[in-house]
Write a protein that binds this ligand. Structure first.
Ligand code: FMN
Length: 373
């Protein structure tokens, strides 16, 4: 073989090896429609119960930990509890966000139950965020329950990319906040407080990225590979973090928890936060009356009612909670923006052209519902 032929053979072998490697690699982001529920547990659910409980679980939660656990007392009677294995002590040491997420779960459950013809009777059982049992709920079959379009629950999603800076229309803002205007505070991107929230969000992201306990915890909730994502059906997948295309492929195939602790990963997170805060119509803050479990549950529910309304107006909603999670940025917040009630959510929002379908994963009902003992 002459020299040119030899080089050609080597090059061909390298190309074939490359193509083979790519074809056998983790090629696609694993997302919600890739998982088909097949699991069968030991609970004999009534026909519509499973559908209602699954719709409830489409609620948002920090790092998508899905911190709820349901004890099945009897048909249509459950205790919604705290799954302590899903807590985030690094960023949520008082389980404030856990209770807000359980509130969002309860709101989805109520809307879904109403649509299936049940009225929900809730009783708050917990007095501390850490209690096992948070809420008792009974579903009573009733005529004339309010209708709810379940596609709103199915299609709700957190949106982080391509948010526009176009001002929110006054009518849209009213549509989102009119149910309790004294608990929503909107800071449009022309306001001074918007600038402050931007800079403080970046600062909180910087503090958090270099706080090892928070970063370590994040590393444990990122599902880098599709295999990992499919095994856990929770956490932050590449699709959920909106890391698509070539970057997604690199993450799925070459990244793991140890990369999260490297400085270049931490810096990249800060850079992404900087880019995100520069893209919005403004910030929407949600307050609660106080910090009791009942108020946090109510605030989680209110946030979820808002979240279920934004898509029909093509408005992206992105919780960015780092200011509340870092003591150095949390302490001065209330005074700097002139709000006396406790702030529970900091949400970036703005119009988007395209609203893709949700991609984050959820555990099947049989994984989070257990027969009460
Ligand atoms: C209490 C709470 C805090 C959250 N904090 C953040 C956050 O700081 N940054 C972020 O990108 N998403 C945040 N999220 C959004 C979750 O990551 C998201 O809900 C989860 O990954 C599931 O995705 P989905 O909302 O598209 O269903 C938060 C959600 C909740 C309920």
């Amino acid at each position: 073989m002459n020299r040119t032929g030899f080089i050609g053979t080597i090059a061909g072998t390298i190309v074939i090896a490359g193509v083979t490697y790519y074809l056998t690699s983790d090629r696609r982001n694993f997302s919600r429609t890739d998982f088909k529920t097949v699991s069968k547990g030991s609970i004999a659910f009534q026909q519509d119960e499973k559908a209602i409980l699954f719709l409830a679980s489409l609620a948002p939660s920090g790092h998508n930990t899905q911190p709820w656990k349901v004890s099945y007392i009897e048909p249509y009677h459950y205790i919604i509890g705290n799954d302590k294995t899903k807590w985030l002590p690094g960023v949520d040491p008082t389980q404030r966000e856990t209770i807000l997420s359980i509130g969002a779960f309860a709101q989805n459950l109520e809307y879904a139950a109403n649509q299936y013809g049940y009225q929900c009777v809730f009783e708050t059982l917990a007095t501390r965020n850490q209690d096992d049992s948070i809420l008792r709920v009974k579903l009573n079959r009733t005529v004339n329950t309010p209708a709810f379009d379940l596609d709103k629950i199915r299609s709700r999603r957190t949106m982080r990319s391509n948010v526009q800076t176009t001002p929110l229309k006054t009518a849209d803002l009213h549509f989102l906040t009119d149910e309790a205007p004294d608990t929503f505070y909107y800071f449009p991107n022309t306001s001074k407080d918007y600038q402050l929230l931007n800079s403080q969000t970046i600062e909180a992201n910087r503090l958090q990225a270099y706080r090892d306990a928070a970063q370590q915890e994040l590393s444990e909730w990122i599902r880098f590979s599709s295999k990992d994502a499919e095994q856990h059906l929770d956490g932050l997948t590449t699709a959920g973090m909106e890391i698509n295309g070539m970057s997604g492929w690199v993450c799925r195939n070459f990244y793991g928890p140890s990369n999260v602790m490297a400085n270049n990963f931490r810096d990249k997170n800060i850079e992404i936060a900087q880019k995100q805060v520069a893209e919005s119509a403004g910030w929407l803050l949600i307050t609660s009356k106080d910090n009791t479990v009942a108020s946090l549950l109510e605030t989680g529910r209110r946030m979820q009612r808002l979240f279920l309304k934004v898509r029909e107006k093509n408005i992206a909603l992105h919780p960015m909670t780092q200011i509340l999670e870092e003591p150095a940025t949390h302490a001065p917040l209330q005074q700097s923006v002139g709000i006396s009630d406790p702030v529970q959510f900091i949400l970036r929002l703005g119009y988007v052209d395209k609203y893709p379908d949700p991609v984050t994963l959820r555990r099947p009902v049989d994984w989070f519902v257990v027969q009460a003992s």
